[in-house]
Ligand binder design. Structure first.
Ligand SMILES: Nc1ncnc2c1ncn2[C@@H]1O[C@H](COP(=O)(O)OP(=O)(O)OP(=O)(O)O)[C@@H](O)[C@H]1O
Ligand SMILES: [Mg+2]
Length: 354
């Protein structure tokens, strides 16, 4: 049996859809049976021009970078999900392969996983709330009891000490409730084109005094391609402030504290990294960092990253942590790239809220 026939026989039988596009003659060069089945199901056409229009982003992604494969894209149709990637074929520029998989079952399993993870999180949330509200509440109750018993005996100054303590406790509860409000903020994000360069230059100004006091060296390096993203400016400001606040905490006490903000584009995505040379996190901490109320700080609520992740999700953005204990942490946000404005009126659409 000829080797070509052997491979085409195998390709015909596998569960993965394969389409090969001939970019020179602008035609579909090959497709296997599974691709046919999927294409029939989603009622897509085999017309080269329509196919390449549909996969414009992925084709552009592998053309404009050294990537072997594009990111995974999803097609949802009639309760089924199909994932495809566009890949280079080694040794040829003429042909590219489109690899398609039915990921419906995988998606369902992931949804079940997510739901059970959510149930775990809910019990964490309840015990967190019990703890965060329970402590100041108990302390207030104790202060009230002592005051009640000693009302006649205590001097005005002594009474004031107890009153102040109760005011502090009430403030703690108030700040927790404020965090909950943040969680529901920007349910419907108002996304606009944002100039990341200008955004971070303004934002780091806001950190000014703290940064100067601690002698932190901040650099902002947003490459032109990664400059424009689509986001809700207020939500993004909230997220960036949380991440920067964490980075500032992390560099406390290290030699030459440094914070780098970097932006670059890959295909239609912008990768924005906030890099610190602080204390870093052991693997276990990285795994827990997005769990509600997880904190290693005396006065932290452990909600900063949870709320940030939720806000980012609503803006079609993602967040990843890479960290090395004792060396530093890189937080990377993946954001949808926006087209630069036609005029040079840079940053004209941005409104900052302080
Ligand atoms: N850049 C960083 N370097 C080292 N550890 C970090 C960094 N960012 C986050 N962490 C760890 O992740 C934990 C969770 O962070 P998160 O922002 O959710 O809460 P927090 O900072 O503890 O509290 P809050 O944000 O409410 O003040 C932190 O307590 C810290 O241990
Ligand atoms: Mg924080």
């Amino acid at each position: 049996m000829e080797i070509e026939n052997m491979f085409s026989d195998i390709l015909g039988k596998i569960e993965t859809g394969v389409i090969v596009l001939d970019q020179v003659n602008r035609q579909v060069f090959f497709r296997n049976q599974q691709a046919d089945r999927i294409w029939d199901f989603i009622q897509a056409t085999y017309d080269y021009e329509e196919l390449s229009a549909m996969m414009f982003n992925e084709l552009d992604q592998i053309k404009s970078s050294n990537m072997v494969c594009s990111d995974r894209s999803l097609i949802n149709c009639d309760h089924r999900s199909f994932a495809y990637r566009v890949c280079h074929i080694t040794g040829t520029k003429q042909y590219v392969a489109v690899i398609i998989n039915d990921v419906t079952d995988q998606n369902r399993l992931e949804a079940i996983d997510e739901a059970s993870e959510m149930m775990n999180n809910i019990s964490n949330v309840f015990s967190g709330i019990r703890h965060e509200i329970g402590n100041p509440l108990n302390s207030m109750k104790m202060a009230l009891t002592v005051l009640k018993m000693n009302l006649e005996k205590f001097s005005k100054d002594e009474i004031k000490i107890y009153m102040d303590r109760m005011t502090d406790d009430a403030a703690k509860m108030e700040s927790l409730l404020k965090s909950f409000k943040n969680f529901n903020m920007f349910e419907k994000p108002n996304t606009v084109r944002v100039d990341l360069d200008l955004f971070f230059k303004s934002l780091t100004q806001l950190l000014g005094a703290d940064v100067r006091k601690k002698n932190i060296n901040i650099s902002i390096d947003i490459l032109p391609e990664g400059r424009w993203v689509t986001a809700d400016t207020r939500a993004l400001q909230h997220v960036a402030m949380n991440i920067l606040a964490n980075a500032l905490d992390a560099v406390e006490g290290v030699e030459n504290p440094t914070l780098k903000i970097r932006g670059e584009a890959v295909g239609e995505k912008v990768f924005l990294s906030i890099i610190d040379n602080g204390c870093g996190m052991p693997d276990e901490l990285v795994e827990n960092a997005f769990k509600p109320f997880f904190t290693t700080k005396l006065h932290g609520t452990g909600l900063g990253l949870v709320i940030s992740k939720k806000m980012l999700g609503q803006m079609n953005c993602d967040i990843k942590i890479r960290s090395e204990e004792g060396a530093g942490t890189t937080i990377t946000l993946t954001m949808p790239k926006a087209k630069p404005p036609e005029s040079d009126k840079v940053g004209s659409e941005i409104v900052y809220h302080q």
